[in-house]
Design a binder for this molecule. Structure first.
Ligand code: G6P
Ligand code: MN
Length: 442
């Protein structure tokens, strides 16, 4: 039989329908034999699957869809696994955000105390996924991983499962590139970037549009308006006030630090006080997602079950799906597309240690990512990155060793946390909240 068996792990995600749409858009170039959804939460996945089935019936009814909570069934002979697990669900995301904010520090999914807590929940479940693939999947399987916090997850996998065929990615840089294309009035596919850093912690050093250097032009715009432009006002993501605020915040950072263009996530590390002031403990980002994106998919599922018609295009937004499908396609067919991915440094950034977990451009081949050489980076950026990479390394070690001390060191090193005293207080509350998810810390 021709084509690949593709599995979406975390089938119950609010993003699944969008990813499936992008798989269908590229089904002929990719080659799809069957599509599987896998999740540990049956009820949630069955709900989302109703919408996914409607998308397939609408656009590509010939693709067989299977929905399962049985790992053996899901991963047997799998070629590509798109991973997007959220350990603890949105319920724990909201906990992470609220506990942090109660201590006056950034309450965020992947950054700061919340990100570290989420990382400590996700490391072992990711190992389990790798082990399922090693046991059941095709020998040359690939896991393309969106599961957050990607920086910590990637670092842990490089250490615990060094031979796993896993490639860690994040859509934020591409989403920013989409804003850049809007600013410039070109297509996203016209844009090529140079970039270095960690995941959710990087800088664009050069941007080209159809081969022409547009970096200075973009810097001028971003210093004034952030990543927002006239054209972006119609974008579904920018219409979300929280994202609009995030994209605007890049103006402050790129005015203070004019060498490069920042990843939006730097707002949490460089402007943590302003972020805490902006955040609302009674309407955290996780709560907004529950009342927005999640509610829309659940409502659509219910309506479809009642036999009503639903506008499925509401789920076809952003570059999230397109990006992961492109990475899979490039792995499958050795297309050598240039993408930003998360890999062990191994000398790419010359003055960072080999085991730093960096996000840099790479050519995506059928043997994995072939990273581009970055060279030396200036002291300020190096200092920032080394501190954060050490923090993330300590999170990983805390989990592996079950070490309270290392967790405390990680929380203390994180830029969003002002003192060791606050670090200890947040950590102790996180331990309580994460019982059953974290290993015991001694
Ligand atoms: C971007 C990041 C993801 C993150 C998401 C959160 O796409 O790259 O890592 O999970 O934003 O978006 P949300 O709408 O859930 O706050
Ligand atoms: Mn991301």
């Amino acid at each position: 039989m021709n084509g690949y068996k593709i599995v979406i792990c975390g089938g119950g995600s609010t993003y699944t329908a969008g990813i499936v749409k992008d798989l269908i858009d590229q089904k002929d170039e990719l080659g799809i034999r069957e599509l599987w959804l896998y999740d540990i939460d049956k009820e949630r996945q069955d709900t989302v699957a109703v919408v996914v089935k409607a998308v397939i019936d609408d656009l590509a009814p010939e693709i067989p869809l299977h929905v399962t909570v049985d790992p053996k069934e899901a991963f047997t002979d799998a070629n590509f696994v798109m991973a997007q697990m959220r350990v603890g669900g949105l319920k724990m995301r909201i906990q992470d955000e609220q506990i942090s904010l109660r201590h006056g520090v950034v309450g965020q999914e992947t950054c700061g105390a919340g990100g570290m807590a989420y990382g400590m929940r996700t490391i072992f479940p990711m190992c389990e996924l790798v082990d399922f693939c090693e046991e059941y999947a095709c020998k040359d399987y690939w896991i393309v991983n969106y599961s957050n916090p990607a920086a910590i997850v990637a670092k842990a996998m490089h250490k615990l499962r060094p031979n796993a065929r896993i490639l860690d990615i994040c859509d934020m840089p591409v989403e920013i590139e989409a804003r850049m294309a809007e600013i410039l009035g070109c297509e996203l596919s016209d844009i090529e970037v140079d970039y270095f850093g960690l995941n959710h912690f990087g800088w664009f050093t050069n941007v080209r549009c159809k081969g022409v250097d547009v970096t200075d032009k973009l810097k001028e715009h971003v210093r004034k308006f952030g990543y927002i432009s006239e054209a972006s006002l119609n974008d579904a993501l920018v219409k979300d006030p929280d994202w609009a605020h995030t994209f605007k915040n890049a103006a402050t950072i790129s005015t203070l630090f004019q060498d490069y263009l920042p990843n939006t996530y730097y707002q949490y590390y460089l402007l943590p006080d302003a972020c805490v002031e902006y955040m609302d403990i009674n309407n955290t980002r996780g709560m907004q997602v529950v009342n927005g994106r999640e509610k829309r998919i659940f409502d659509a599922s219910a309506a479809l079950k009642r036999g009503e018609k639903v506008d499925l295009t509401q789920f076809y937004v952003g570059v999230h799906g397109r990006f992961i499908v492109d990475v899979v396609k490039s792995l499958a067919h050795d297309l050598r597309h240039r993408q930003l991915v998360i890999v062990p440094n191994n000398g790419a950034i010359e003055n960072l240690s080999d085991d730093a977990t960096v996000e840099i451009p790479a050519y995506i081949t059928d043997r994995g990512a072939e990273p581009v050489r970055v060279g030396k980076i200036p002291r300020f950026y190096k200092g920032l990155i080394e501190q954060q990479d050490a923090c993330e390394g300590l999170v990983v070690e805390a989990v592996i060793e079950g070490s309270y001390q290392k967790a405390l060191e990680a929380f203390t090193l994180n830029r969003t946390i002002p003192s060791a005293r606050v670090a200890k207080e947040v950590l102790d509350d996180m331990i309580e909240a994460n019982k059953g998810y974290w290993p015991e810390l001694k």
